[in-house]
Design a protein around this ligand. Structure first.
Ligand code: FAD
Length: 513
């Protein structure tokens, strides 16, 4: 049960009480940050304008390093319904071009197929358990900051406003972020208005689906000459068609089309099943028999016009920080959004907590942007590239053919490894990744794992002579460990082979300091 902090509640405008951190936005990123702060002993107030959890269908799962990162906190097991460690997928795709990954020396492509609504449910319960006061139906409407604090104006569920003072404000309020706008942070980038997408949950006839593989066979289609692959971006002359059974075994498929240069849909108008059918017909060149799922729903049916690729000019303005979609938006192709945003939260959480608790060295908080903004720039780069490579046109078909040749077989292994690291977000430049050096540690792993589970930085001493730090027991765990026998270390695939120093610190987000 949450406890009310008594900070700035009610209808008055008293600002005498001060919160340490207010998070605006109870999406996945704001909720994960709230839990991270809680683990570090900071109890934030979280404002969420929706009265209940959103029913909108968004991500269908997690892709990339975030899966291992959540495993460090014990969240993989909770979300997957089974214990870790997660195993990587032996294949993935770049703009619909198949990538064979099983033969790579290190395969970073971990995935976890869980709907975003379930992720939010787990993260919300965790945040509350760890002391976050979640105020649902409370919307930030304005903010002002001075040298000591930020004052936010909040509209409560009854439409009355109150003021709230906080030392730090985090805008995790999505791509249209009010916090970003009110803080005067620019959001440069571009919008591709030529793009449109229709998506829905549907039931497809079993007769068209190949048993076992789930491939879709369309004998009447003049353009889909072979079977269409599930979970793939099937590029056809007039657009892209994707379909996937979600969740597997449910009999319900998520179907989506990508088209370019279509007239925009009626602004704000409802999307219809007939419009979906028409879009599918244009892309596949034939009718696809499909029907809405039975039952009360909700059964998502959506049209999206335009795709944004934008990144905040800065992630921090004074005492205001941006997180997740508030800091960056891009195409959802390949599912990089949560990989990026949730790792932003894991990066920011311990740094902001150290700042609040008064032991952050100068520059620690600003290292959040220094480390994470380059990762976002790479996501914008690869999602733009993937979208460009999916557009119709003979020149693009030829470019794809050439790319597929370069990625093929043994000669293409280095290029596949490069793309896999890019897509998984494992090519970050700020430190070695603990799950990869774990194999180099023999005795002592359990102590390190336990510290990371509760987001504590941990000093690992690989010999009794290694330096120790006295008097920091409140902020740092210490584990005396032993190196693994070399043969055991090398038998674990993907191990980072570089030798470890006699002592090192593993940061709460899983990187070696
Ligand atoms: C159709 C679709 C499919 C997607 N598929 C994938 C995928 O497969 N994989 C993937 O990784 N990502 C996917 N994404 C992206 C992913 O959903 C987002 O990256 C993610 O939701 C961002 O989380 P967030 O917490 O930053 O913001 P949001 O989820 O947008 O949450 C922001 C929250 O802030 C609240 N809020 C806004 N303004 C205020 C205010 N003024 N006061 C109080 N509260 C406020 C909102 O109500 C909302 O709850 C998809 C997105 C969409 C739309």
């Amino acid at each position: 049960m949450r406890e009310d902090t008594g900070i700035g509640t009610g209808t008055g405008t008293s600002t005498s009480d001060m919160a340490d951190v207010v998070i605006v936005g109870g999406g996945p990123n704001g909720l994960l940050l709230a839990g991270e702060l809680g683990l570090a002993g900071v109890r934030p107030v979280l404002l969420e304008r929706l009265g209940g959890r959103s029913a909108a269908a968004k991500a269908n799962g997690l892709v990339g390093r975030v899966v291992e990162a959540l495993d460090l906190r014990g969240l993989y097991g909770e979300l997957a319904g089974r214990g870790g460690p997660p195993a990587p997928l032996p294949y993935y795709q770049f703009s619909g071009i198949a990538l064979e990954l099983g033969t790579l020396p290190e395969n970073p492509m971990h995935t976890l197929p869980v709907p975003q609504a379930r992720i939010e449910e787990v993260l919300e319960a965790r945040a509350e358990r760890l002391g976050t006061e979640i105020r649902r139906g409370h919307e930030l409407v304005a903010l002002a900051q001075d040298a000591d604090a930020v004052t936010v104006e909040v509209r409560d569920p009854d439409g009355r406003t109150y003021a709230l003072r906080t030392r730090w404000l985090v805008g995790a309020d999505g791509g249209h972020s009010s916090v970003r706008k009110a803080a005067g942070i620019a959001f440069p980038g571009d919008t591709d208005d030529s793009f449109s997408s229709c998506a829905a949950h549907v039931v497809l006839p079993d007769s068209l689906l190949a048993p076992g593989t789930g491939e879709l066979r369309l004998p009447d289609s003049p353009v889909a000459r072979g079977p269409l692959r599930p979970y793939a971006h099937n590029r056809l002359p007039a657009g892209v068609f994707t379909f996937a059974e979600m969740p597997p075994g449910s009999g319900v498929h998520v179907v989506a089309t990508f088209e370019w240069d279509r007239p925009p849909g009626a602004p704000g108008g409802p999307m219809s099943f007939d419009a979906l059918r028409a879009s599918v017909r244009r892309v596949l060149g034939t009718d696809l028999p499909m029907s809405p799922p039975e039952g009360p729903g909700p059964h998502p049916l959506r049209r999206t016009d335009g795709v944004n690729s934008r990144q905040a000019q800065t992630y921090r303005a004074g005492r205001v920080l941006l997180l997740g979609d508030a800091a960056h938006v891009h195409s959802a192709v390949g599912g990089p959004g949560l990989n990026l945003g949730l790792q932003d939260a894991l990066n920011l959480g311990w740094k902001l907590a150290a700042q609040v608790r008064g032991w952050a060295p100068p520059g620690l908080l600003d290292s959040y942007e220094a480390e994470r903004a380059p990762v976002s720039r790479r996501v914008l780069m690869h999602t733009r590239a993937q979208m460009a490579l999916m557009r119709p046109g003979e020149g693009i078909s030829a470019t794809r053919e050439l790319l597929a040749e370069l990625l093929d077989g043994d000669p293409g292994r280095a290029a596949r490894a490069h793309l896999a690291a890019l897509l998984a977000g494992s090519d970050v430049g700020y430190g070695r990744w603990y799950p990869r050096v774990r194999a180099l540690i023999g005795e002592g792993r359990a102590g390190i794992d336990a510290a990371l589970r509760s987001a504590r930085p941990v000093l690992v001493r690989l010999s009794d002579d290694a330096p120790a730090i006295a008097g920091w027991g409140d902020r740092l765990a210490t584990v005396t460990a032993r190196p693994a026998v070399p043969s055991a270390a090398h038998s674990e695939s993907g191990a980072d082979a570089a030798p470890l120093p006699p002592a090192f610190v593993v940061r709460p987000d899983g990187y070696l300091a």
